[in-house]
Every structure is written in C-alpha cells, then in structure tokens.
Design a protein around this ligand. Structure first.
Ligand code: CA
Length: 370
C-alpha cells in the first residue's frame, strides 16, 4: 500500500466570501482506495500552506507508505523545506498532511484515532466557549448578549477575546476592563472566565490589565503582549499571580521551550498550525516534562476541532476544557457528522479515524482548487 494521490483545496462557504476567508483542506488517497482528510490553518485562507503542499510536498509523498507519517513529517521539516520557514505556512502544511495520514491510519486499522494514541482518559470532553470580537467594534451590552447566548450551550468556561490589529497597543484598556467586569458580574463569582488580549498590550499595559483580572478571579490571561516578545511574556507570567498563557503563534517545540524558559506555565500550540497530531503529541510530552499546562488552541470547527479532541482525549493532565470557537453552521453542509456539543461536552464516538468525512456532492459544489 502506498500514497497514490494528494488533493489540496480551499472550500468556499458562501458565494461572496473572499479567498482569505476560506478553509484549507487536504485529502490523501492510497493505491488501495483508502483516504484520509486534513486541514491547514486558515489564516489568509491557508493559500500559502496549500501552495507548499501542491508544489513542494505532494510530489514527494507519491509512493510513500502512509504509516510512515512521523518520518515523512520530519523528513519534510528538516529537509530543504525548513528554508521556507519553519514558521507558519510550512508547519500548517505539515499539520494538514499529518492529520490526513492519522485519519487514514484509523481507517486502515478500523479504530478511532484516540485508540491509536494509546487510549482515551476521557471521550466526553468539556469545552469552553471562545468569544471573539469584543473590542471597540462591539458595545458592552452586545458583549453581554453574546456571552448569554453562548451560555446556552453549557460551556465549562468562557473566554472573551479582544481581536485587535496589533499596530496600536494599549489603546482601549479602560473599555476592555469595563467589559471584563461586566462579564464577571453577569456570570457570577464562581463561573470560570478567561481573557485573551490577542497581543494587544505593552508590558505595562498588560500588568495593569492582569492585576484587575486577578481581582475579578479570571482563570487565565492569554497572549498579553506581542507573541515574539518572549522575555516580556515570561516576565508578565512571573510577576502576575493569574496564569498567563501563550503559544498559539509558536510553530516549533523549540519555540515552546523558549516560552517555558522565559517563565510561561501554560502553553497553547495549535494542531493545524504546527505538526498536526504528531506535533501536538510532542508538545504534550514537552509540557509534561516541564510541569507546564498544555491547553491546546483550536478555532476551526470540523477537521481541526476533531483532531484536537482526539489528542485531548488521550492527554494525561487535561487541566482546562477544550476550546470551541464562535460556532457557525456554515460548514455543516459538506460533512457527514459535524461535531456538536451535548450536555456541555463533545462526545467522541468509535467511528474510524477522525470520525468525520466529506459529503462528496456537497464538497464538489464548494471546492476551489488553487
Ligand atoms: Ca488566543
């Protein structure tokens, strides 16, 4: 059995979306008719990753044994392709390939991926509702209405995100804090809350916000400063008592070690941005060895989400619920069993591989080859 064909394409979710708003998927076929599906980070529509897959990776995969997925990943990462990055576009491409090969492996062995990972500590996974867009573009009242709506899904926690353009720091701190206070008041003292600045502050600004979040009993404070300011992130993590997290824009295990060395004690690598399932397993080992929390980042609702859930199911210390980003049913049409929470949890089934597949006819209507 060998890899015969690699497809890499975007999916257009509505007729008026732009190329940068689309998803980036792959499908890998073997010569005996099996297939697996994967996803790359959709930043800028995943176009850069899809280009790397089509031009640089796919030709080298033809004829390879799909069960050699970890060797394949390291060969690609440490060969000439490392000269392209390794950050971002390349690791997103490798993630998509890896997830597809794990999905394929599940189908070959007639097992769900979590079984291949050594078994699940849990297949019923609590989640937190991740709510974006709470900056100047949304009124305080509208923020509260969004939180109320998301509470209907019975999340174990809520994270409010302040998505800012990162070209102006500390511009709206009093507004952010007013919203953090109002959300705390809305949900009561005991409900777990997290705050994500999306790299919006200077060190001084982050300290000011972090101290208020501590008073308000927030659970964690995510990406307080620019992600490449590793020493500053570590300094803030060490000076504040609230847990400070980072790592969703870190693309190598070496990069995570730098964050940990700087003082960060909760890391958030993303399965579709770095290494896929093989990559996230390595991050889990790293976190465990350092006594650091691994709370994986994940914003995509279908393939990326399920890949992440399989690893979370097999993760020893799952200290926080799994991320579930702003929900939308726009992707439901092309998947045979979209993952949806029930009673405040996602439930992994014993379906093979990821447990999801394309509906071919619906995919064909929306697929855009690049
Ligand atoms: Ca974040």
């Amino acid at each position: 059995m060998e890899i015969e064909r690699v497809e890499a394409f975007q999916v257009q979710w509505s007729p008026d979306d732009t190329p940068t708003q689309r998803s980036a998927f792959v499908r890998i076929w073997t010569d005996d008719g099996h297939h697996g599906i994967g996803e790359a980070s959709p930043m800028m529509g995943g176009l850069a990753s899809l280009g790397v897959i089509i031009n640089d990776i796919a030709p080298t995969l033809i004829g390879a044994d799909p069960l050699d997925h970890a060797v394949i990943q390291d060969r690609l990462m440490h060969g000439n392709l490392v000269k392209l990055g390794p950050d971002g576009a390349l690791t997103g491409a490798l993630a998509a390939i890896d997830i597809a090969l794990w999905d394929l492996k599940g189908k070959l062995f007639n097992l769900p991926i979590y079984k291949l990972l050594g078994g699940a500590w849990r297949t019923d996974l609590p989640f937190y509702a991740s709510i974006g867009g709470n900056g100047a573009e949304r009124s305080l009242d509208a923020v509260l209405r969004h939180v109320e709506r998301r509470l209907e899904d019975k999340p174990s926690a809520i994270k409010i995100r302040f998505d800012n353009p990162r070209v102006n720091l500390d511009t709206d701190i009093s507004n952010h804090l007013a919203k953090a206070r109002a959300v705390r008041k809305l949900v009561g003292d005991d409900f777990p809350l997290a705050f994500d600045s999306n790299n919006g502050y200077s060190t001084g600004g982050a300290m000011k916000v972090g101290r208020v979040l501590e008073e308000l009993g927030y659970w964690w404070f995510e990406e307080p400063v620019q992600h490449f300011h590793i020493r500053a992130t570590g300094e803030i993590a060490q000076r504040l008592s609230i847990t400070v997290s980072a790592g969703e824009q870190t693309y190598t295990t070496g990069g995570l070690v730098e964050l940990i060395d700087a003082g960060v004690r909760m890391i958030q690598p993303d399965i579709i941005k770095m290494g896929g399932i093989t990559g996230l397993l390595r991050c889990a080992a790293l976190a465990q060895a350092h006594g650091v929390e691994l709370v994986s980042h994940q914003t995509q609702p279908m393939i990326g989400h399920l890949a992440n859930l399989h690893v979370c199911a097999a993760q020893l210390h799952l200290t926080k619920p799994c991320e579930w980003n702003d929900p939308s049913d726009r992707m439901h049409a092309i998947f045979d069993e979209p993952p949806l929470p029930k009673d405040g949890k996602f439930h992994l089934s014993d379906r093979l591989g990821l447990g999801i597949d394309f509906i071919e006819g619906e995919l064909a209507k929306r697929r855009i080859d690049v």
